[in-house]
Design a protein around this ligand. Structure first.
Ligand SMILES: Nc1nc(=O)c2c([nH]1)NC[C@@H]1CN(c3ccc(C(=O)N[C@@H](CCC(=O)O)C(=O)O)cc3)C=[N+]21
Length: 285
């Protein structure tokens, strides 16, 4: 029996609907949430994502600035722009698209973004607050993963969640958010020796390893929820997840597709963070 599909597009549209309503409310109080996205260089995938973010802003009534800088931009020039955006009252959220050209230190740039405008949730203070369980702007993809699981009607409390991948951007924060939902969390990574055996114990399997179609049905307990965070562009230009969707959907429980799963949620959570930052910046929460 083929698994049910968790549509990130559908969930995303529902959440964007409520964001749009909240923005109308804010605009009536002369507050327009503003997002600045900075793209350095011509990376094709980044151009797609930045265009998606810009479109989402326009669809939801946000003020949007996109700064497209040449690849040879110096770190100092980029830091100067970030500083300007930190001071700009019309901007509530700042996102500097990663990866950056190798001559620029990503940490320095992330640390330079005001904590209150860090709508990526990458700043160490936001990450620290996430770890200790204090209020913070949550990283978009991890927050989107949790939202998808919840909206699929899956109860996480007491369940065994297995996260494959331990990146700072996805794996680590997802494991923390799963713990916050009282799941029991196992973290697998490149040095895990019995990965398939551990993965098969999962009630909820979250995969974020960056290897196309790597996870097949041998990693999945029948009926387990599978969340595919993979975003791999194949030679033929198609997008593939980290999960071999065709084989896994025959054994899994609810499963997210790629595209149309976690991707749209990443953008939607970015919009949600920008809305939250705008309300905070204007003393409305
Ligand atoms: N500072 C920073 N913050 C990010 O959040 C960030 C980043 N840098 N660098 C790159 C990754 C990747 N990312 C995606 C956003 C949307 C889709 C998305 O909309 N995906 C669609 C398909 C889009 C397409 O057609 O390629 C989907 O999966 O349905 C994917 C990936 C955000 N990122």
């Amino acid at each position: 029996m083929t698994a049910s599909i968790i549509s990130g597009k559908k969930v995303s549209d529902e959440i964007r609907g409520s964001i749009s309503d909240e923005v109308k409310e804010l605009v009536s109080k002369n507050v327009v949430p503003g997002l600045a996205v900075v793209l350095v260089g011509e990376d094709a995938a980044s151009q797609v994502y930045v265009r998606n973010k810009e479109k989402a802003c326009h669809d939801l009534g946000f003020y949007s600035e996109v700064h497209r800088l040449p690849a040879e931009t110096s770190e100092q020039q980029l830091l100067a722009l970030v500083d300007t955006l930190n001071q700009q009252d019309t901007i509530d959220g700042i996102l500097v698209q990663l990866p950056l050209p190798s001559h620029i230190n990503e940490k320095s740039v992330i640390n330079a973004i005001s904590v209150h405008k860090d709508v990526d949730g990458f700043h160490p203070v936001n990450v620290g607050n996430l770890v200790i369980g204090d209020d913070s702007l949550l990283p978009c993809t991890p927050a989107g993963v949790i939202e998808l699981i919840k909206r699929a009607g899956v109860e996480l409390s007491g369940k065994h969640a297995v996260v494959i991948g331990r990146s700072n951007i996805v794996g680590k924060p997802v494991s923390l958010l799963l713990q916050r939902e009282n799941a029991t969390v196992t973290m697998c990574h490149s040095r895990t020796s019995n990965m398939a055996e551990l993965a098969r114990q999962a009630d909820v399997l979250v995969v974020a390893i960056g290897r196309a179609n790597f996870i097949d049905s041998s990693y999945v307990k029948p009926g387990a929820v599978v969340i595919d965070v993979g975003m791999n562009r194949l030679e033929n230009g198609k997008l593939a997840g980290d999960v071999d969707f065709e084989s896994v959907k025959e054994v899994s429980g609810p499963i997210t597709p790629v595209p149309g799963g976690v991707g749209p949620m990443t953008i939607t959570m970015l919009m949600k963070n920008t809305l939250t930052a705008a309300k905070r910046n204007h003393g409305l929460v």
